[in-house]
Ligand binder design. Sequence first.
Ligand code: GLN
Length: 488
Amino acid sequence: MNFNSFRKEIKSGNASVKELINEFFLKIDSLNPKINAYTCLTKQIANSQSEKIDEFIFNNKKIPPLAGIPIAIKDNICTKGVVTSCSSKMLKNFVAPYESTVSGKLWSSGGICLGKTNLDEFAMGSSTETSVFGTTSNPWDINRVPGGSSGGSAASVAAGLCLAAIGSDTGGSIRQPASFCGVVGLKPTYGRVSRWGLIAFASSLDQIGPITNTVSDAAEILYSISGKDHLDSTCLNKPVPNYLSDLDKSIKGVKIGIIEECFNHPGLDPEVKLSVLSSVERFRSLGAEIYDVKCPRFNDGIATYYVIAPCEASANLARYDGVKYGYRSDGESNLLDMTSKSRAEGFGDEVQRRILIGTYALSSGYSDAYYKKAQRVRTLIRKDFDSAFDNVDVLLTPTCPTTAFLKGDFVNDPLSMYLSDLLTVPVNLAGLPAISIPCGFDKKGLPIGLQLIGNVLEEHRILNVANIFEKDAGVMNNKPNIEILINN
Ligand code: GLN
C-alpha cells in the first residue's frame, strides 16, 4: 500500500486513524517475532498522535501533509523519551533526551511514530546481523538477510509493517537494504537533510533518508524532512523544491550515463547485470538517451571508504567511555580500567574492528599514508562524477553486486561483506544523491535493485526518472507473501 491508497482509507471514514494505526500494530505483533524489524514499539505515542489527527478530521480542520502516515525510525536516530540503542549493548538502555530534527519534522507533518527499527550495531554493516537484538529477516526469504545497516527499516516497509521508514546511509545503508528487500531507498545530497539527532558514525558521509514502497512516497518524505537546520552546521541553506511536482514529467531526452566500471566488475552477479541492463532498454524505450560513461576511480571507492569511515568512527565513538553515555562495566577501581572494560564489553566485534582500524590509520606516522591519501582519492572520485555530469543528467548502476545473501554467509568474512557496498559507497564519498528502486527478480525470486545517481541537489531529477520507470515497469506490484511467513 502506498500513501495515497492509505489516505483513501482514512477518507472513507470507515475507520479512524487510531483504528487504522492499531491494525498496523496487530500486524507487527504477529509478524515481528519472525522478521525482527522493530526493536521497540511506541504504541502510546502513536495513539496520542493518531487521536490528534482524528480530532483535526472531526473538526474539519486542514490536516498536515503526512497526516496519519505510519512511520518507523531507525534506532540510531534520537526520539525523545524513547530508547535509542544503535542496536548496541553500549546504548541498550539509552533514552534519548531530545528529538532529532528529522523525526520532529515528520511528527509535525502529521506522521505517526510506530517504533524504532533494527540495524547493524552503530550502522556498521551490510546485513543487520551485528545487532544486539539479533538479525532481522528478509521478508522475501526469512533465511536471508535484509541488507544493512538499515535492515529493520527496509524489512518493515517490505513486510507492510509501516508505510515509510527512515534510514541512515553512510556507505549504502539505505539503498542496499532497499535493494535486498524490493523497496525504494533514497540517500539525499550530503547536507540536504539535517543530521541533528542522528547518532554519528562517519560525519562527513552520514545522511538520513526515506525507505518507502513507491518513489512518490519517498518524494513526500524527502520534502518533509529537508531544509536548513541551525542545529546542524553542515545542513545546506538551500530552498526545498516540491519534489512531487516534477515526478510525472516525461523523461524524453533525459541523458542517462551507464557507469562502465560497474558492469565490468567480476563480483557482479550475472542475473543482476542482465536485469539492470534490460532496465536500461526500458529507459531507452521511455525516451531517455543512453550513454556509456567512464568513472575510472569508481572501484577505488571501497578502499577509500574503509579508511575514511573507520577514521571518523574512531573519533565519534570516543565519547562512549562508560562515564557520559551508556554501558559501564562494574567493579573497576580506576578510570582507565573502567573505560577500557566498558568499551570492550559494550561494543561488538565489528565496531571494535572499525575503531582499531580508524585509530591506527589516524595515528602519528600513518595518517599521511592512509587517511590523507584516502582523502585525495576521495577528491578524484568526486572529480570523476563531476566530469560525468558534464555530459549526462543522471548515472545508472546496479545498487548491489548480488541479491540478498543467506544469514551467516559473511559473518566471519568482513572483507567480502564490505564488497556488498561496492556500488554505493562512491556516492557517499562524493556527497551526491542516489535512489535505489526495484527493477526485477532473480531466479530465486529475490528482488534486484537499480541505482540512479544525481548531481548535487538534483533529487528532483532522479525522483522523476525513477518514478517514470516504476510506473512503466510495475515491479512494485510484487510483494513478499507474508501469509506464508505467518503460517510457517
Ligand atoms: N555497509 C557499510 C558499512 O558497513 C555502510 C554502512 C552505512 O551506510 N551505515 O560501513
